[in-house]
Ligand binder design. Structure first.
Ligand code: NAP
Length: 262
């Protein structure tokens, strides 16, 4: 979908400094959207804005410094969303490398704030104007982890996948499209930031952020509810559907413990 000059629509992306969010910002700029880029590191965000504006001087690109674990910051983003946006990419996220029984309650609360509460609140604020305009696209960056039982990260992503599926059904025929993007392992800063040990992972399991964002964009246009990019993860999804749940649980917790560095 390419937007013509004069009819420019606006997309807001959380976690736009790196990885999948950064990739979405380039994709949506190429599609002709004005952008609102949200994250904590304003220096990096402004750098992204300059790079994007060099290629697309015609676009209006705003940056918003917001820590989505901080109430006043999330309220500022909510207000901006409520003024009216056309595309919402709920992408900001991080992982915890400890099991629920070993992690601190503060890090579990931050996980819930960034992975669950903030996307939920932004979706809630985005939908009214999207419905008025009979146009909207919401992509919630979830994970294949949402289909297994691999700790609180999986549980948080399950919330996002199921909420996306529910809204996809509820908003059929309104012009508002909702998609859960469920990638597998993707080369970004995610694992390094989360101090996760990834050196044993076979090469073929790694996806690129551009491959993932492009697949999601294609799938949301096609009206899909869930996007699982890559043949490897499509096969994994089939296996997960066929496996008895006790085996899925055991696999999920094994995978989680292999990622732990300390
Ligand atoms: P990434 O490169 O580490 O990017 C994460 C982004 O989230 C950064 O822009 C970061 O920006 C932002 N962020 C983190 N905490 C934040 C907070 N408290 N407030 C505001 N922004 C925050 O990782 P990524 O892989 O692209 O992650 C994007 C999404 O993909 C996440 O939701 C992740 O769960 C999901 N995912 C990743 C993988 C994977 O293998 N990489 C697989 C499945 C799903 P600042 O540090 O500047 O705030």
């Amino acid at each position: 979908m390419t937007i013509q000059r004069g009819l420019r629509r606006t997309a807001l992306i959380t976690g736009a400094t790196s990885g999948i969010g950064e990739s979405f910002s380039r994709l949506l700029a190429d599609q002709g959207f004005n952008l609102i880029l949200v994250a904590r590191d304003i220096t990096r965000l402004d750098e992204r804005r300059r790079e994007l504006n060099q290629k697309h001087p015609e676009l209006l690109i705003e940056t918003m410094r917001a820590d989505l674990t901080v109430e006043p910051d999330i309220r500022t983003v909510e207000s901006r969303v409520a003024q009216g946006i056309d595309v919402l990419i709920n992408n900001a996220g991080f992982g915890i490398n400890k099991s629920f029984t070993k992690s601190s309650i503060e890090s579990e609360r931050e996980l819930m704030a960034v992975l669950v509460e903030s996307p939920m609140r932004l979706i809630h604020h985005a939908i009214p104007t999207m419905l008025q305009n009979s146009f909207g696209i919401i992509i919630n960056v979830s994970s294949v982890a949402s289909f297994i039982a691999g700790g609180s990260y999986s549980a948080a992503k399950s919330y996002l996948t199921v909420l996306s599926e529910s809204l996809h059904s509820e908003l059929q025929g309104t012009g508002v499209k909702v998609l859960a993007l469920c990638p597998g392992f993707t080369r970004t800063e995610f694992h390094q930031r989360g101090r996760m040990r990834m050196n044993g992972l076979p090469k073929f399991l790694w996806l690129s952020a551009d491959f993932v964002s492009e697949a999601a964009w294609r799938d949301v246009q096609r009206g899909k509810a869930i996007s699982v990019p890559g043949w490897q993860y499509k096969i994994l999804m089939l296996i997960l559907r066929l496996l008895p749940r006790p085996l899925v649980r055991r696999y999920g917790m094994n995978a989680k413990s292999k990622q732990r560095k300390d």
